[in-house]
Design a protein around this ligand. Structure first.
Ligand code: SF4
Length: 433
């Protein structure tokens, strides 16, 4: 089949790491003169590529349903070819090939060159760092490493993404320059395990050094950190954060649990006391730091008392941002050998309880911001409002600042100074000053 004239639509599911992978897929296809787009609703594609997620049950279900929808389209003759790539495909390739024969080929997370071959396209090494962005022009994700060397007992990510491989500081700075030249002003650094950065290639933790170099890139005004691991945390990072205005005073550090018995069973290599010390260190060094974390409820054997100790920890630590996952029993992880004995309805109820605690904390913290001024990056206009974010908020997951668009004219992608006038648990209302 001569696919070169065909229109290709790339559908992206899952996390920001998949967004970056899809941005690379589309850039490689376009560089090979193939008409490829991200989830283009007006496009009538002949070829569809689905970039899947295989992290937990819900994500797998969404990926499988999407594949089945497009398999249907193919059966009805609406598309000619269907390819599936990404984490789910990496993890369950053999089963999927058997179960969904409408898919023309499945690829793993490291098989972009083979995917391109289906389009008679070459993998262009010179394109590294040049991506077709899914995100708005003013911000982009920067994947600083792939894989993870940790062995958290519940986590299937190392099965899909392999061992930790850091990218070099030079290649990341180069990519940041290309992104800045396209208009990107905020970089979101992502990795499965940010704090491990450099240990493989430089034999030392090098995140602080990378941040210094990235902050020298003209045009980049904010650099944000996602997914740090608390054990053996390189605390020099907090000194760099405090001293360097371009590094957002923001840290996304999933803690998963606080109860020591559960942390041990999760193989997290840290205790509640050490975690508290680390958070205190962060708050002492970076006074206004916003810490985002995620917890997992319903881990095998989690008792009501253990869950209560997690609630007490959350009340005490008062995280600025918090998310909760229900435990998902993933095959080939070491936790799979334990009994998944917390009923689903209990997991759901514990998640709601923890989020209720956080709602109160978040509302209280937001109300303290009334009458204060903040620098806000305007992300979009929707209905009667412009939506922006402070340096303490990441897109999609955190608070937004709403500014009345009937009264004020602003430009998406601009930084604006605003005064907060009202606050809800997850939204702030402001006017420019
Ligand atoms: S550090 Fe994160 S990605 Fe790595 S094994 Fe643990 S939970 Fe999974």
């Amino acid at each position: 089949m001569k696919t070169k004239q065909h229109k290709v639509n790339v559908i992206t599911l899952g996390c920001a790491k998949n967004i970056v992978d899809s941005e690379n897929i589309v850039a490689q296809l376009q560089a090979n003169k193939i008409d490829a787009e991200h989830e283009h609703s007006a496009m009538e594609p002949e070829v569809v590529i689905i970039n899947t997620c295989g992290f937990i049950d819900k994500a797998k279900e969404e990926s499988i349903n999407t594949i089945l929808d497009y398999a249907d389209e193919k059966r009805q003759g609406n598309i000619e070819k269907l390819y599936v790539t990404g984490c789910l495909s990496q993890r369950y390739k053999d089963n999927l090939e058997e179960e969904i024969p409408e898919v023309d080929a499945f690829f793993g997370t490291m098989e972009l060159p083979s995917l391109l071959q289906k389009f008679e396209a070459d993998y262009k090494h010179e394109l590294i760092g040049q991506r077709s962005l899914i995100t708005p022009e003013h911000y982009a994700y920067l994947k600083i490493s792939e894989g993870c060397n940790r062995t958290c007992s519940f986590c299937a990510i190392p099965l899909m993404r392999g061992k930790h491989i850091s990218r070099t500081i030079e290649s990341l700075v180069e990519e940041a320059k290309l992104l800045a030249a396209k208009g990107v002003r905020e970089l979101m650094l992502i990795a499965q395990e940010l704090t491990y950065y450099g240990l493989d290639i430089y034999k030392k933790r090098s995140l602080a050094e990378l941040l210094e170099k990235l902050s020298e890139v003209d045009g980049i005004e904010w650099i944000r950190l996602h997914y740090a691991y608390p054990s053996k945390f390189p605390t020099d990072l907090f000194d760099v954060m405090a001293a360097n205005d371009k590094i957002c005073n923001y840290l996304d550090m999933p803690l998963q649990h606080a109860n020591n018995d559960i942390l041990k069973r999760m193989k997290r290599q840290i205790t509640m006391e050490e975690t508290m010390e680390l958070i205190q260190h962060a708050r002492n060094t970076v006074k206004d730091i916003a810490i985002r974390t995620t917890f997992m409820v319903g881990f095998p054997g989690e008792t009501e008392a253990e869950f209560e100790s997690l609630c007490a920890f959350v009340r005490k630590m008062e995280f600025e941002r918090l998310g909760v996952f229900e435990y998902s029993h993933e095959e080939n992880t070491s936790a799979h050998e334990l009994v998944d004995d917390v009923p689903q309805e209990v997991k759901i109820e514990r998640k709601a309880r923890l989020m209720n605690i956080q709602n109160e904390i978040s509302l209280r913290k937001n109300q303290k911001k009334i009458d204060q001024t903040f620098k806000v990056l305007i992300d979009r206009k929707e209905g009667d409002y412009f939506y922006g974010r402070t340096e303490y908020d990441s897109p999609e997951v955190d608070n937004e600042v709403l500014i009345n668009a009937k009264e004020h004219f602003l430009r998406v992608g601009d930084f604006v100074k605003v005064k907060i006038e009202d606050a809800e648990a997850y939204d702030l209302f402001a006017s420019p000053i």
